[in-house]
Design a protein around this ligand. Structure first.
Ligand SMILES: [Fe+2]
Length: 492
């Protein structure tokens, strides 16, 4: 039995009794493009290996996302009209160094296991394949110096040298090889006497040997995934910065956002400024300010106002609300967060005043259907008592897996798919003083707080990818129609 561990490419090893494929998560997160992703790979692989008993042979499948990203056309370069996306770094050598360091530390940590790294696979994009060749050559050299790790090269077998494209029989989709790749890999391990005969039968005779409760079978892909998030709640201090004590760095905030899914910036605005924000908030919530930029969506339990910039002229006294988030640092953060894809930045601002008895759908643990970057500005000291919202830090990595599994099925109609379960003890309420700003990815599992005393006042800015424009409108419309149905009922 060979345990195949990696990004989505390990799924080509499905339905073969010789292989136990463990899919760590999407390649956007599990790669060697930067230190934070490389650390994520290391942590998750260590977590897996510690859970598997009597493990003998492990085959790693990584590196393709690195080459795809370094091409400079984003994560889906086969799409029409891909724009140039300048990768923050373009460094095959650095990826190889990180991959090699990972292999070195894993092989030292698990000296009784034999490790193999599979050559990075080709695609039907010759430009990407040139990078793949470069990475494979460097990786092979680098691995030859690491004891207990071997490099398996099948690139030449699966690539047509004339066209420098993947051979037809190995083509799976624009990114992956088909499971025909199991043939050359099995041949290699049979020669090495680590396998006796081919287990490739396409009959879905799935061997459950080695399956255990820490891994769950993903039926769709025939591979296993780690079942658990971290068992202990993540300490808030890991993603909290006090801007009185340290200066703002968008790189550091982005890194933290990537790792934990949110960042708390304490003392983002001072007390005088806070008074000004609260005054504007009152003006709008109490209806003294009017304008087409205000899309009223309040109901009888929550005072909620939505302001939109771009389509209508803003009143001078509300401009500062939008300007709060219009800094170069936050724009750069938005760009990194959306990986350079087109997005609406700071397009809508929501003002919410939750009171005792406020209810809304967001009080169940969920991730948003449309991935959104939100800036939450607390206008008053916020604790559990007055409705601090709650998150499961780092759960956005799990969301990435859920999205990978269900792809287009995640929608407002299928809301159950975006309401995942998590151990309640991993939930962390985001308590902070007025003036704190929370930068937050809605890919995190989160839920709105319930006010038992006092009120909660928050201004939040939303940014999202332009490709989701229709979804966002559908959601606004569905909320609107729900509210008007509710109002009709009340009126009747
Ligand atoms: Fe939400």
């Amino acid at each position: 039995m060979i345990h195949v561990i990696g990004d989505s490419h390990c799924r080509s090893f499905a339905y073969n009794s010789n292989f136990f494929p463990i899919f760590l998560g999407e390649g956007k997160l599990f790669n060697f493009i930067d230190d934070s992703n490389a650390n994520r790979v290391l942590d998750k692989v260590v977590g897996c290996l510690e859970k598997i008993q009597n493990i003998e042979t492990v085959l790693f499948v990584f590196g393709e996302p690195d080459c795809r990203w370094y091409m400079g056309y984003g994560w889906q370069p086969w799409k029409e009209n891909v724009g140039d996306v300048k990768p923050a770094t373009f460094d095959i050598e650095a990826s190889v160094d990180r991959y090699s360091s990972f292999l070195k530390s894993i092989s030292q940590r698990f000296p009784n296991v034999s490790f193999y790294a599979l050559s990075v696979c080709p695609s039907d994009r010759p430009k990407q394949n040139s990078l793949v060749i470069e990475l494979n050559d460097l990786l092979e050299q680098s691995i030859s110096a690491i004891s207990n790790v071997n490099f398996i090269s099948i690139f030449d077998t699966v690539t047509d040298p004339e066209s420098n494209k993947v051979r037809d029989e190995f083509y799976g989709d624009p990114v992956h090889l088909s499971n025909a790749v199991q043939h050359p890999v099995e041949d290699y391990f049979i020669k090495e006497e680590r396998l006796q005969k081919s287990g490739f039968d396409h009959q879905h005779n799935w061997s459950m040997h080695g399956a255990m409760s820490d891994f769950k079978l993903n039926d769709r892909f025939g591979c296993y995934m780690m079942n658990e998030l971290d068992k202990e709640p993540i300490d808030k201090s890991k993603f909290t910065f006090d801007l009185k004590k340290e200066s703002f760095s968008h790189e550091k905030i982005f890194e933290t956002l990537e790792e934990y899914g949110l960042v708390i910036l304490e003392s983002f605005i001072g007390s005088d400024e806070l008074v000004r924000y609260n005054n504007t908030f009152d003006e709008i919530i109490e209806g003294r300010l009017k304008g087409e930029y205000i899309l009223d969506r309040g109901n009888e339990t929550v005072n909620l106002m939505v302001l939109e910039q771009g389509s209508h002229e803003l009143h001078d006294s509300v401009k500062h609300l939008f300007e709060t988030f219009e800094t170069d640092g936050f724009r750069a953060l938005g760009k990194s967060f959306f990986r350079g894809e087109d997005h609406f930045f700071n397009k809508k601002i929501f003002l919410t005043q939750d009171l005792v008895g406020s209810t809304h759908a967001a009080q169940d643990l969920h991730f948003d259907v449309v991935p959104t970057l939100k800036f939450f500005l607390y206008l008053s000291d916020t604790s559990v008592e007055n409705g601090a919202f709650t998150v499961v830090p780092s759960s956005h990595h799990r969301t990435a897996e859920i999205r990978e599994q269900y792809k287009g099925e995640i929608s407002y109609e299928n809301r159950h798919l975006s309401r995942p379960k998590a151990d309640p003890k991993l939930e962390v309420p985001i308590e902070a003083k007025g003036g704190a700003l929370i930068v937050f990815s809605t890919e995190l599992f989160h839920k709105a707080g319930v006010v038992s005393r006092g009120e909660r006042r928050v201004i939040r800015s939303h940014s999202w990818q332009t490709q989701h424009r229709d979804w966002a409108e559908a959601s606004t419309n569905s909320v609107r129609s729900k509210i008007s149905r509710l109002l009709n009922k009340i009126i009747k």
